[in-house]
Design a protein around this ligand. Structure first.
Ligand code: CA
Ligand code: CA
Ligand code: CA
Ligand code: CA
Length: 245
């Protein structure tokens, strides 16, 4: 029965996921921060990026997964070409996020990230969990990201690095391939550590609001370096996540 429900959900998502020319895409996910993830989780975040050449209004857009959906983004929210925007749980504040993370990009709290909505970003993702989507105001799927912590996706680990999309793979289809994602590494492609604060109580690594889009030579070096890095398959069985669905 459960299998049947999952199949129906998958089919629905597949039908909805027909917009292959999407310009706004998922480029980074902090789904399993080392910082505490007590209910409600406040330390998760994700990054969207506009790969297109025109600004896109995100009015009415929302995030969804198989657990539920968030409330809509602010009506006046727009993402410019080559701009990254960081989204955080509505249970967190922009001030507290920016106290911990140096970030010049817009930071947008989203209500119902946790309970009553998306139930957070699962730390034990599989092919049926999570199926993270960005939807526009009419419910059309703009980007879909069925992230995982098993190969070919980077394993998660206790150090709390985010995963980010390789700079030469910035598209809504390329980001479906786990091989195109890497664990953030301090000093590589703009990745920094957060400052320890009351909420962000451990050292996490990521590049919230920053997407490197040039320096192709460096990209290859980074790729080689991270092949070794990603080969380190950390133990992810100690999750104390809010979303064990
Ligand atoms: Ca969820
Ligand atoms: Ca999580
Ligand atoms: Ca995608
Ligand atoms: Ca980033």
């Amino acid at each position: 029965m459960t299998k049947l429900i999952y199949s129906s959900i998958l089919i629905t998502f597949t039908i909805l996921c027909t917009n292959l020319n999407a310009e706004v895409i998922f480029t980074e996910l902090m789904y399993n921060p080392a910082s505490k993830e007590k209910v409600p989780a406040k330390t998760e975040w994700l990054e969207l990026y506009n790969t297109g050449t025109e600004p896109v209004s995100l009015a009415g857009y929302y995030l969804a997964d198989e657990d539920g959906k968030t409330e809509a983004f602010p009506e006046d929210l727009e993402i410019k070409p080559n701009q990254a925007i960081v989204f955080i749980p509505g249970d967190q504040t922009v001030e507290k996020f920016k106290e911990a993370w140096k970030c010049d990009a817009p930071v947008i709290p989203v209500k119902k990230w946790n309970n009553g909505g998306m139930k957070g970003l699962a730390n034990n993702p599989t092919d049926t969990n999570e199926i993270l989507t960005l939807c526009d105001s009419s419910g059309q799927v703009i980007d879909r990201l069925n992230y995982d912590d098993n190969r070919p996706w980077p394993s998660d680990s206790k150090q709390g690095p985010s995963i980010y999309l390789a700079l030469d793979k910035l598209s809504s289809t390329e980001n479906d391939n786990g091989e195109n994602w890497h664990k953030s590494k301090l000093g590589t492609n703009g990745a920094i550590n957060n400052k320890i604060t009351a909420d962000y109580d451990k050292t996490d690594t990521g590049s919230p609001g920053f997407v490197r889009t040039e320096d192709k030579n460096n990209a290859q070096e980074t790729k080689d370096a991270q092949k070794t890095d990603d080969a380190d398959t950390g133990d992810s069985s100690d999750d104390s996540n809010v979303d064990a669905t």
